[in-house]
Design a protein around this ligand. Structure first.
Ligand code: ADP
Ligand code: MG
Length: 334
């Protein structure tokens, strides 16, 4: 076949091209091809369902996001939601609005990236929808996972006195976006940072391990910065919290930089988007077990704060003194 553009393929040609290398997987009774997929939950487990949309020029730009990574990320951001519930990801639906000028190469790469991420996490693509779009590429992914009811972690379980933790490092994706917006290209030197934005790693195994070990009380994935996302835990749990600015794990590349940049790095860690790390709360006596379990999963876990019975989430210095964020910055760091 040597189709060089999408319209020659037609809708059904396109669907079969997108899905030829899809294999079957756990719980899939009927996958792609019928009017609806048929799946079977594992005995005793409940269904977790989440969906996320990626719109061209809103969530991604073709000049920054290569199609293979974009395919990976489209599924990764959904996997991150299953991870945040302590779930086991199983099935995904992929719906695409495709502009007529999109190349087949782009689509092939996108699909290869999506399916590679799916394979890495044991997810089967069981269906979707394919339409033509008049306004840019639209990607909508629905993911389904499962877990035993008593091991599903909600946002609402945090208790006063719990420690607040996060996985990995925070602020790298926001730094990458800042670099790209400033006109920087992807280079060997900034590849690690760029990867955090363009090809994030969803924390599925550590999220699942923590919940199955019964170690955490509430969990969320960090897509809008830990300040906002821990805020959701606080709201739904009816608690407050102190986040210790100096405890925030910053990406390695940012550790040896000057004070002004250190302040920006902490701001990015608190408020930057798209890190897709996990934020969770846990009783202090689980501290050692959490640290060693995370290590076993190959991910750092860092205590970054404490749940309080106030109604606010505040950022503090190492003495517990709240930092003034009201004037568009963290003045103690300047
Ligand atoms: P219908 O007309 O019933 O919506 P379609 O012709 O759109 O069916 O789809 C045929 C089959 O291909 C269905 O099983 C559907 O789930 C699947 N499918 C369509 N588009 C995609 C896609 N982008 N990715 C995966 N599966 C898809
Ligand atoms: Mg359809």
């Amino acid at each position: 076949m040597s189709h060089d553009n999408i319209s020659q393929l037609g809708e059904f040609g396109l669907i079969s091209r997108l899905t030829t290398s899809v294999t079957t997987g756990q719980g899939v009774l009927t996958g792609i091809g019928d009017d609806a997929a048929i799946t079977q939950l594992s005995p005793g487990m409940q269904l977790l369902t989440s969906t996320d949309m990626l719109l061209e020029d809103v969530h991604f730009r073709k000049r920054w996001h290569d199609p293979y990574s974009l395919g990976r990320k489209s599924l990764a951001v959904n996997l991150s939601d299953i991870a945040a519930m302590g779930g086991i990801p199983r099935w995904a639906l992929l719906s695409l609005g495709i502009p007529p000028d999109l190349t087949l190469d782009f689509l092939d790469e996108f699909s290869a990236g999506f399916l590679a991420m799916a394979t890495e996490h044991g997810v089967t693509l069981i269906g979707g929808d394919t339409c033509s779009s008049k306004a840019g590429l639209t990607i909508s992914v629905t993911i389904m996972g499962e877990q035993y009811p008593q091991q599903i972690i909600r946002r609402s379980g945090a208790v006063c006195g719990d420690e607040i933790w996060c996985t990995g490092t925070l602020g790298a994706a926001a730094l990458a976006l800042q670099l790209l917006e400033g006109g920087a290209g992807r280079t060997q030197e900034n590849e690690a940072i760029m990867t955090r934005l363009l090809d994030p790693a969803p924390r599925v195994s550590v999220g699942r391990a923590l919940s199955e070990a019964g170690l955490v009380s509430a969990m969320i994935d960090i897509s809008d910065g830990i300040l906002a996302d821990f805020g959701h835990i606080a709201d739904l749990s009816g608690v407050g919290g102190q986040l210790f600015a100096e405890c925030l794990p910053l990406p390695g590349e940012q550790c040896q930089i000057g004070q002004a940049e250190g302040r920006q790095a902490r701001e990015r860690a608190l408020t930057g988007g798209e890190d897709y790390e996990l934020c969770f709360t846990a009783r202090p006596d689980n501290h050692e077990k959490i640290a060693s379990l995370a290590k076993k999963c190959g991910v750092a876990a860092t205590p970054v704060g404490i749940v309080t019975d106030s109604k606010n989430v505040v950022v503090c210095d190492s003495h517990g003194t709240p930092l003034d964020m009201s004037r568009g910055g963290f003045n103690h760091f300047s």
